[in-house]
Design a protein around this ligand. Structure first.
Ligand code: NOJ
Length: 475
């Protein structure tokens, strides 16, 4: 037994998982009738991704699924989170044309998981919108909500007899901000302060439609649950004795997590401070109305459209109020400066300062702000960059420290956490960072003809923790 593992005690039936996403692992980008997604287009342009890498081959999980399954078996996972490639199933994004080979691939994956006692958690949209839909305005177009609902219903009909945990959309915050404001993710737009709010708004509308469809048409027979995976940092006041810093931390949480969580879990609308600030900044620009859209009364209700809270947590920030000339856009609306505590070690990615206590604080915040929901931590991880360390002691420490904080959040803060998914099962295509940044529990040798998977020490220890916990779980 590892030093402090006896303190990591999860409830019985805890979901022990690992996560991946289609574009990051599957490869087979044009195999068997798959249509292109916005990430194919983005990567195939020069200068967008580290060394112009792409997910064309990635871990080739489309052809090497059996190898992934072996990793899942070795880890002893109870759950595996994967995403479906929308354009592999529906090449032009619509149900006018169904790609049966794509359907067969996911049927095989889902059936193999279940045959091995592993429950799938399936994300419908993990950053990879079909290119054909981007050509019609993508997430900025109001029609996307209906198109997404049709795709979601197709998936519920096709796989819902076996899939009981669904996530509609992964990290709408990152998708909207990186893809529609910062331009560093597909579709690579950089129109400050307008398109990100529109994309975010349509993602909320689309999510709500799919949830209502599931609730009315599929839940009665399929009995599953539907949510969406929300990204959040934990933000705390740089100087806890400064009321302005404390307010800046609240504001940061409202803009990053509240943007999506408030409408779904609090009152069907955006956080009041976010609404007021975007409105004021829009007026100051001379615009006739706020850049933040409003929810129409005719739309299906947004409030209550999540059966659990799905959280992707990686890092924390110390924050204080911004100063200097107001920028136009999300950052100007938010007006918060941030840094990291020098005591938080930075791992492979420069943005990823390790602060496991931040997760515990965030779980308490979610409990208090959003009505003590059932929570699944749908992503959390630690990356490495540079020479590969198979004996990755720092990542081992990271998982133990983090899981200890999750355990404390459950037993000391009363958070209702039902599962934890490590990001990621495998080293994979880390978006604009390409293959430079490795998050896997399994190392992937991208130069090897069969993309050989080898467990890191952290993978072996994660397996050990899962096995120990399965035998000692408390109810
Ligand atoms: C969250 C995203 O969902 C995932 O795709 C990404 O690889 C990880 N963060 C790590 O950056």
């Amino acid at each position: 037994m590892l030093a402090d593992d006896q303190d990591i005690i999860m409830p019985s039936n805890f979901a022990w998982g690992a996560a991946t996403s289609a574009y990051q692992i599957e490869g087979g980008w044009d195999a068997d009738g798959r249509g292109p997604s916005i990430w194919d287009t983005f990567c195939h342009k020069k200068g967008k991704v580290f060394q112009d890498q792409s997910g064309d081959v990635a871990c080739d999980s489309y052809h090497l699924w059996e190898e992934d399954l072996k990793c899942i078996q070795q880890l002893g996972l109870t759950h595996y989170r994967l995403s479906l490639s929308w354009s592999r199933l529906l090449p032009d994004g619509t149900t006018r044309r169904i790609n049966q080979k794509g359907v067969s691939y996911y049927n095989r994956v889902i059936n193999d998981l279940l045959a091995n006692g592993v429950s799938p958690m399936v994300t419908l949209h993990h950053f990879d919108l079909p290119q054909a839909l981007q050509a019609q305005g993508g997430w900025q177009s109001p029609q996307i909500a209906d198109l997404f609902d049709s795709y979601a219903q197709f998936c519920f009909q096709t796989f819902g007899d076996r899939v009981k945990l669904w996530l509609t959309i992964n990290e709408p915050y990152i998708y909207a901000k990186f893809g529609h404001e910062d331009g560093c993710h597909a579709p690579g737009l950089d129109q400050p302060g307008v398109s990100l709010y529109l994309a975010g708004h349509n993602m909320l509308r689309a999510h709500a439609r799919a949830w209502h469809s599931y609730d009315a048409l599929y839940r009665p027979t399929q009995g599953g649950q539907v949510s969406l995976a929300l990204f959040s940092d934990w933000a705390e006041a740089h100087d806890p004795s400064s009321a302005l810093d404390v307010a800046a931390a609240e504001r940061y949480m409202a803009f990053v997590l509240g943007w999506f969580a408030w409408p779904i879990f609090v009152n069907g609308d955006y956080p009041p401070e976010m609404k007021a600030r975007v409105e004021a900044a829009s007026r100051a620009q001379g615009l006739p109305s706020s850049r933040l859209p409003t929810f129409s009364k005719e739309e299906p209700r947004i409030l209550g459209t999540a059966d659990f809270f799905a959280l992707n947590y990686y890092t924390s920030r110390r924050v204080w109020p911004g100063s200097g000339p107001a920028k136009i856009g999300f950052e100007g609306d938010l007006e918060v400066e941030r840094d990291v505590d020098p005591a938080w070690p930075v791992c492979g990615n420069s943005w990823l300062a390790v602060f496991p206590e931040g997760l515990r604080k965030l779980l308490k915040y979610i409990k208090d702000k959003f009505g003590n929901p059932t929570v699944y931590i749908t992503e959390n991880g630690f990356s490495q960059v540079g020479p590969v360390e198979i004996e990755d002691a720092r990542r081992c420490r990271f998982f133990r420290d983090t899981l200890l904080q999750v355990s404390k959040a459950i037993h000391e803060e009363g958070a209702d956490v039902r599962g934890y998914f490590a990001w990621s099962l495998l080293d994979n295509f880390e978006w604009a960072d390409g293959y430079r940044v490795r998050f896997g529990l399994y190392h992937v040798d991208f130069a090897h003809p069969r993309l050989k998977r080898t467990p890191y020490r952290s993978g072996r220890e994660y397996a050990q923790l899962i096995a120990q916990n399965k035998t000692s779980a408390r109810s």
